[in-house]
Write a protein that binds this ligand. Structure first.
Ligand SMILES: [Zn+2]
Length: 541
């Protein structure tokens, strides 16, 4: 049997002593029991029992007296579960972790910002370290979030995140790749989201709640914690994340060695399933031990969809993806929950490139800034991809968005209240590179019919594919001609000639079929005044 379950077990529940709690919640019992085959985990879920962990067909969880009776009535032989002793030597306690972050902010004030997102039940600050250039400012850069110790007895994540902070900060002045990540990303690290649980050396927070069963469930059900209240740690994370615009995130656990992705709560496939799986595999493949010998062994290439393992409700990753549109991964780092601290350097070596990969990945696909075409102010808009039931939103302060995608051709739609919806058709995206697509949305309604001040040609991106949309700003009624010229000044194509426009904005679809790839100019000429040009790069595929 695996080391985690090498514990003294006592039969029948009369001997099981309830865990003492600091709050008045119902007492619970930690139990372990054997199942015959994996499908039983779904039957147990149907019985209303929330599974904590499963290993080699041994299930560990906490139950109240009624749940205990239900399990016994269904033939399960419950035994008392006792955690293996923990060896805190060589691990950062809460105080040591805070001191470490304090030191880093003193040593690297220009690229760090330390703040608290709230307090734990026992009043410990939930500390976050932001690493980025201009760390006090919300810039147009992808935001990435890493969280450690949501389960108080799974401390490796905290150690890896402190190693990550050290690596990024120490290497900023002499490693171009890492400096680039710091300059072009906003990296948020919360080493201990459950400091009370860590200090108590157990899975739960100080009121005995499993924080990874405490988040709102996408189907609005009550969740594995069986109550509607949110613990202070959960509320703090929700309230803070709602003000942010995370693209990718990961929470670190231990007790297995696998990347677990959405959904946990249902067998349904999440929107952008292939993309999420690919990003998860991108993590696992950079970690030999995870990719080649995942735990559970039936994981595929070191990754597993949560519900294929066992269903849980109220998980952080389900909440993140459903409610904040952030692709959030649950990374299980080590089969042993609390390994000897001498193994930390090796665990960091195994996971370093995977974590850096996630940071880099957050800026790939299509991204840009959505602005008001007239005022140039950022617009809080939705970005949707045709055929996928999941929108992302721009950052309301900066207007930036990051749509990670697999390589392919997509129709992207940008929409915001009071603006004309804009769709960019047949956008070719390379999943591992970055395509900038800045958008100018034209105000709808009264603003739309307002006369533009200047003649203008607005295109979402200088790089255009077949066909593309331009927005013409017409300041006064006249007869207009729109043509394409090459760099030598030759007219290649006339889009239209002598067309009468009233003052206003007009979207026109332009076909560039049969025009070779290259750089050209769009020229818009009124009959009675000087025209304007706009550079375009025609990209054929
Ligand atoms: Zn865990």
């Amino acid at each position: 049997m695996n080391q985690i379950f090498q514990v003294i077990r006592h039969y029948i529940f009369l001997f099981i002593i309830p865990c003492t709690l600091t709050s008045s919640k119902v007492p619970f019992y930690r139990v372990i029991f054997k199942i015959k085959d994996h499908n039983e985990v779904y039957e147990i879920h149907e019985l209303g029992i929330s599974i904590e962990e499963i290993k080699d067909n041994w299930v560990v969880t906490k139950v109240n007296e009624e749940e205990m009776r239900i399990l016994i009535a269904h033939g399960y032989k419950l035994e008392r579960f006792i955690e293996p002793p923990i060896k805190t030597n060589g691990y950062h306690s809460y105080v040591n972790m805070v001191a470490k972050l304090d030191t880093l902010t003193i040593l690297y004030p220009d690229i760090t910002n330390k703040f608290s997102i709230g307090q734990s039940l026992e009043g410990r600050e939930l500390i976050c370290l932001k690493i980025s250039d201009n760390p006090e400012v919300d810039e147009a850069e992808p935001e990435i979030r890493f969280i450690g110790i949501i389960h108080g007895n799974e401390p490796i994540g905290c150690e890896l995140l402190l190693n990550l902070a050290d690596t990024l900060l120490l290497s900023y002045s002499n490693n171009e790749y890492l400096a680039n990540l710091v300059d072009n990303r906003e990296i948020f690290i919360i080493p201990m989201i459950n400091p009370d649980g860590r200090e108590m050396g157990w899975r739960y927070n100080a009121s005995g709640e499993d924080l990874n069963r405490d988040f709102p469930v996408p189907d609005s059900s009550i969740g594995g914690d069986a109550n509607w209240e949110y613990e202070p740690e959960t509320s703090a994370l929700i309230n803070w994340a709602d003000t942010m615009n995370f693209t990718l995130s990961a929470t670190f656990h231990s007790g297995a060695r696998v990347v677990n992705y959405q959904w946990d709560y249902t067998h349904e496939i999440p929107p952008f399933h292939s993309l999420i799986r690919e990003i998860s595999k991108g993590y696992a493949i950079r970690n030999d031990s995870m990719f080649n010998s995942p735990d559970p062994s039936y994981a595929d290439s070191g990754v597993i969809r949560g519900s294929e393992w066992y269903i849980i409700t109220g998980s952080l990753q389900d909440w993140s993806y459903h409610y904040t549109d952030c692709i959030d991964l649950t990374v299980e780092l080590s089969s042993e929950k609390w390994p000897d601290s001498s193994l930390i350097p090796e665990l960091w070596r195994q996971n370093k490139n995977s974590i850096l990969y996630l940071i880099e990945k957050a800026g790939t696909g299509v991204n840009g800034i959505v602005r008001d075409g007239e005022t140039w102010e950022p617009v809080y808009a939705t970005v949707s991809v045709s055929g996928y039931d999941k929108v992302i939103k721009t950052d309301p302060i900066v207007g930036d968005y990051y749509r990670t995608l697999l390589t392919g051709s997509y129709d992207l739609t940008f929409a915001a209240p009071d603006y004309c919806t804009l769709t960019i058709y047949n956008l070719l995206v390379y999943g591992d590179s970055t395509q900038i697509l800045n958008i100018e949305l034209v105000p709808a309604g009264t603003t739309y019919v307002e006369e533009p001040k200047n003649l203008s040609i607005n295109i979402s991106s200088e790089i255009v594919t077949q066909p593309f949309i331009v927005t013409l700003g017409i300041p006064e009624t006249d007869i207009y001609t729109l043509s394409i010229y090459d760099l030598a000044g030759r007219k290649i194509k006339e889009i239209f000639k002598n067309r009468l426009y009233q003052a206003g904005y007009y979207n026109e679809e332009i076909s560039v079929r049969a025009i070779p790839e290259g750089i050209y100019f769009l020229m818009l000429n009124p009959q009675n005044r000087i025209g304007i040009t706009r550079k375009i790069s025609i990209f054929d595929y």
